[in-house]
Design a binder for this molecule. Structure first.
Ligand code: ADP
Length: 323
């Protein structure tokens, strides 16, 4: 078995709270195992341009509580081309990178898989995205933080909704998937949750809100994932059909940042330890994750080919609870 000497670490795709905690833990666990750690900057761009810094245990001090990523991140379309991939391979070979820890979402994992087919460097994916949409893990780094941020905001909105007996539509992130909208909707006690995975006719939404009003519940919170259509149009229809005043709140980027919760940090720490351990055992091209409370790993290939199911029973439960 080849002796691991140098590992690279990179954060790619959208930033997520807890990425810094993961960088810190990868660096310190790897250093404890006598490995050298190089942190590539601005996502895949750092691999294309050979831009990195040496990460030391001291150098990653004071970042565990910070949102975002100290290594920066960027979308990198060139990385999707053969030429771009070859540049990255060149950088990995030039710096004798034995293992690369890729912290990001499913797009990042697809990139890591593409790269793994062209070089000897062993790839390990650490799932970090506020969307929680990575197959093979029950939860991703950052998800819990974003859920809590959104819940805190919507609790405030509910005060106004109840006082003014108004309906509020709150848009949360999630262009393709509704994990965030579902968890946030359930935990704020939303009257209606709209997710991209479960098409809901607007007429049904209107009917539910009218029924609520008849029962004396005039205020309402509709939590909608970004991918469910234009919330402004949904708001207009609800206003016209129900005759109630409807207000709109788009939570936007405020959901993405901020100090990671203890849970996001803990996941980051446990995933990082697992990633470094896998590399030291000579394993590569795997994605770490949490399954039924245990830190595990699956092949990157499997992680990138699967689609994580949304628990639609929870939507039914949310309906039952919103009476
Ligand atoms: P996330 O990792 O959060 O899902 P993206 O989907 O933007 O974020 O992916 C991050 C980066 O990974 C992209 O900028 C791109 O360079 C690379 N990437 C995404 N999808 C692929 C793919 N199918 N093949 C190769 N590289 C990809």
């Amino acid at each position: 078995m080849m002796q691991m000497k140098t590992v690279g670490v990179v954060t790619t795709g959208g930033d997520a709270p807890g990425m810094n905690a993961a960088i810190r833990a990868v660096t310190r666990v790897a250093t404890a195992k006598s490995l050298q750690v190089l942190g590539f900057e601005r996502g895949w761009e750092g691999l294309l341009t050979n831009t990195f810094r040496h990460l030391t245990p001291r150098g990653v001090g004071g970042i565990i509580q910070l949102g975002g990523t100290m290594l920066h991140t960027a979308r990198c379309p060139e990385f999707k081309t053969e030429e771009g991939l070859q540049k990255a391979v060149h950088t990995l070979n030039l710096n004798k990178i034995d293992g690369l820890v890729v912290i990001g979402g499913d797009g990042s994992f697809r990139g890591a898989l593409d790269l793994s087919k062209r070089c000897e460097t062993k790839m390990i994916g650490i799932p970090a995205t506020i969307d929680n949409d990575v197959y093979g893990t029950d939860e991703t780094i950052g998800f819990d933080t974003t859920v809590n941020t959104a819940v805190t905001e919507i609790d405030k909105i509910r005060d106004t909704a109840i006082s003014h007996e108004r309906i509020f539509i709150v848009e949360v992130m999630g262009r393709q998937r509704g994990f965030l909208a579902l968890t946030v909707g359930l935990t704020v006690g939303a009257e209606i949750i709209l997710v991209p995975e479960d098409h809901c006719e607007l007429s049904e939404v209107v009917e539910t809100l009218k029924e609520n009003s008849r029962k004396g519940k005039k205020a309402g919170i509709v939590v909608a994932a970004e991918g469910c259509g234009k919330v402004i149009e949904i708001a207009q229809v609800i206003e016209e059909e129900t005759g109630s005043e409807v207000r709109l709140s788009i939570l936007g980027y405020a959901q993405r940042g901020g100090s990671p919760t203890a849970r996001s940090r803990l996941l980051a720490i446990l995933f990082a330890e697992k990633a470094v351990n896998l590399l030291c055992e000579g394993q590569g091209n795997r994605a770490v994750g949490l399954r039924n409370g245990e830190v595990t790993s699956i092949a990157l290939e499997e992680s990138t080919s699967g689609t994580k199911p949304l628990n639609k029973n929870l939507l039914k439960l949310a309906d039952m609870l919103a009476t």
